[in-house]
Design a protein around this ligand. Sequence first.
Ligand code: PGA
Length: 251
Amino acid sequence: MRKPLIAGNWKMNKTEAEAISLVRKLIQGVKSQTSVDVLLCPPFTSLSQLHKLLVSSPILLGAQNISEQKAGAYTGEISAEMAGEFCSHVLLGHSERRAIFHESDELINQKIQSALSVDLIPVLCVGELLEERESGEAANVISRQLQAGLKGIHLPDPEKLVIAYEPIWAIGSGKSASADDTGSLIGGVIRPTLAGIWGDDTSQKIRVLYGGSVNPGNARGFFSQSEIDGALVGGASLSADKFLGIIEQTF
Ligand code: PGA
């Protein structure tokens, strides 16, 4: 019922020339297939060029961040409206934004409102630290992040939001979570929390991805879990072979 989504988060990697070369390979690999949605989140500097390259490809573009402000004197920031000129999606609440740039749940909530106001689909990232997992706190942490991040958000259409569950200890570490644990956590914590906000029917329609050291070798295990609707891929999305290898595991 929920279409798989494979998203690549390039983080602060790839010059414009490198981005174009990678996207050319991905266009070839993805061709016109539409059984899985493919989303690329490059740095802002490549969005305009990639948007032109992707006009006749089903590959979608996303931003890695936006400002919570609409416009004005905010040096260095990019508004939702500006990102929306090129993108269908925006990553929000990534653990690197939370930890390095001190983004709070309240700020993330404002950014989600800004994104939805211009029809950008937020990909809200949530996840626990290793200490929180080891002390049995993971479920509380994730549920709190979802409730605070989504507070007061009117969601007319469940397709206008994606959740990415990314345990922080699994990001860039080569140590992914187990597919079974992830499936249980999504089914036992994330969907019930979403159901508490918008009801069961909506919670069943929102796509929930797993992220954290996904590669072509472990992807199928995640995708075979009925609760996991795809992946948010960091490191492996920088290589066409690896990213296409992950997309293939959804077939
Ligand atoms: P990773 O990153 O795949 O390199 O672990 C995932 C992410 O940060 O979204």
